[in-house]
Ligand binder design. Structure first.
Ligand code: AMP
Length: 392
């Protein structure tokens, strides 16, 4: 039986959504409200015979808050011209992306008063996202009475990481007092991608793998990047930490650095904690090293034109990623599949080739013809590669 789901990702001044027909997971409509509360614009796309058609393109709308935006969204989704639903009651459930579930949630949950209280409790860990995510839930509860709301957490998939991998060697009291530990993010992506890879391997090689032992490394490479080690479907380590800043070089985030480098810069440059935060999150990474852009395409183009700092940013990215995949292979005791996903993972032909070549010591062999594609689900390793490599 088919049914429809509305998925919402509420940010502080934005709201992204998709309407899915399930179980096929066909996208019927998707879009975004931007600058809610100021000069709000609304972009809305619908599926017409398999083609994505932009029905509204940054249309100015009167949305002073998320309540207005969701009201406009529901009117649009049920409108004869712009809609994909007969009525709001066509929606069986609403799924809400919630950034931080702390140690409270290891999976998705139907929203109750207790769930909302727990999301509120996690606000100190996700101060920019959790309040907006919660607001999206509360507005939907109010407008869409009786339709189940489900919270889906970025952190949940990582709750199986063992304590020796999630603890930082800081005084233990800070873990107890403030919850300072590795949580990890992009969990929905890593969960999906590792499950897909497991599915491919189990179907392709019946009897070869024990599903409880299958070892997968997933590389989510986008503007924000993280990698995970997944054993038997359970995450055992991930590169992001207390916040999505940890790990390796990203678009404008520094990834892991010696913490003392930060306090040193802070003192020398007289930076406040919030200025330091901005420096690490918004002015570092590809942007900080290259001085060109946080966008991989710009950095690649600049490097191709001979910009040495752009090339350095790429070299740092390849090196840190190679090193992390190697360390996760050690943590897993081997690796059966490596997966690439997100903007750079799905489109970065050069990145995938470089990383696979760097991993040739472990028997990774790339099929350059298969790798010459963007945004498709494909196997890019050769038949004699000792590790399967997928773009998902
Ligand atoms: P995401 O955060 O997943 O949307 O990914 C954004 C990143 O993907 C940006 O750094 C983009 O430059 C990168 N990206 C998107 N398309 C391409 C492409 N064709 N080649 C290389 N990188 C790309």
């Amino acid at each position: 039986m088919s049914f429809k789901e509305l998925i919402i990702n509420a940010g502080s001044s934005s709201l992204k959504y998709q309407v899915f027909e399930m179980p096929e997971a066909k996208v019927l409509a998707k879009g975004i409200f931007e600058q809610i509360g100021t000069d709000c614009t609304f972009t809305h796309k619908v599926d017409k015979d398999g083609e994505e058609v932009k029905v509204l393109d940054k249309k100015s709308v009167e949305a002073k808050d998320h309540h207005d935006a969701i009201t406009i969204l529901l009117e649009t989704l049920t409108d004869k011209e712009t809609g994909v639903l007969e009525s709001m009651n066509d929606i069986s459930a609403v799924g809400h992306r919630v950034l931080h579930g702390g140690e409270e949630f290891s999976g998705s949950v139907v929203v109750t008063e207790d769930v909302k209280a727990a999301i509120r409790k996690c606000i100190p860990l996700g101060p920019l996202h959790n309040p907006a995510n919660l607001m999206g839930i509360e507005v939907c509860e109010e407008i869409m009475k009786g339709i189940p709301q489900v919270a889906v957490f970025d952190t949940a998939f990582h709750q199986t990481i063992p304590d020796f991998a999630y603890m930082y060697a800081l005084p233990y009291k800070y873990y107890l007092k403030h919850g300072i530990r590795r949580y990890g993010f992009h969990g929905t992506s890593h969960r999906y991608v590792s499950a897909r890879a497991t599915d491919f391997l189990m179907k392709k090689y019946p009897g070869k793998y024990n599903p409880d032992e299958l070892k997968v490394v997933t590389c989510h490479l986008g503007n924000g990047s993280s990698i995970t080690a997944v054993k038997g479907g359970k995450c055992i380590d991930t590169s992001m930490g207390l916040t999505p800043l940890d790990g390796f070089i990203m678009g404008s985030r520094c990834g892991a650095v010696d913490p003392t480098a930060i306090t040193y810069i802070q003192a020398k440059e007289n930076l406040s904690p919030s200025e330091t935060d901005t420096m690490m999150n918004k002015k570092s990474g590809f942007l900080g090293i290259s001085g060109v852009s946080s966008d991989m395409r710009d950095v690649e183009n600049a490097a191709a034109e001979g910009n040495e700092r752009a090339q350095l940013a790429l070299d740092i990215f390849y090196y840190q990623l190679t090193k992390l995949i190697g360390s996760y292979t050690a943590a897993l005791g081997g690796v059966d599949a490596i997966c690439f996903t997100a903007g750079i993972g799905e489109n970065g032909i050069g990145t995938r080739e470089k990383i696979c070549e760097n991993l040739s010591y472990m028997g990774v062999k790339i099929d350059k013809g298969a790798n010459n594609c963007r945004g498709k689900e494909v196997k890019i390793s050769t038949a004699d590669s000792s590790v399967e490599v997928y773009v998902i």
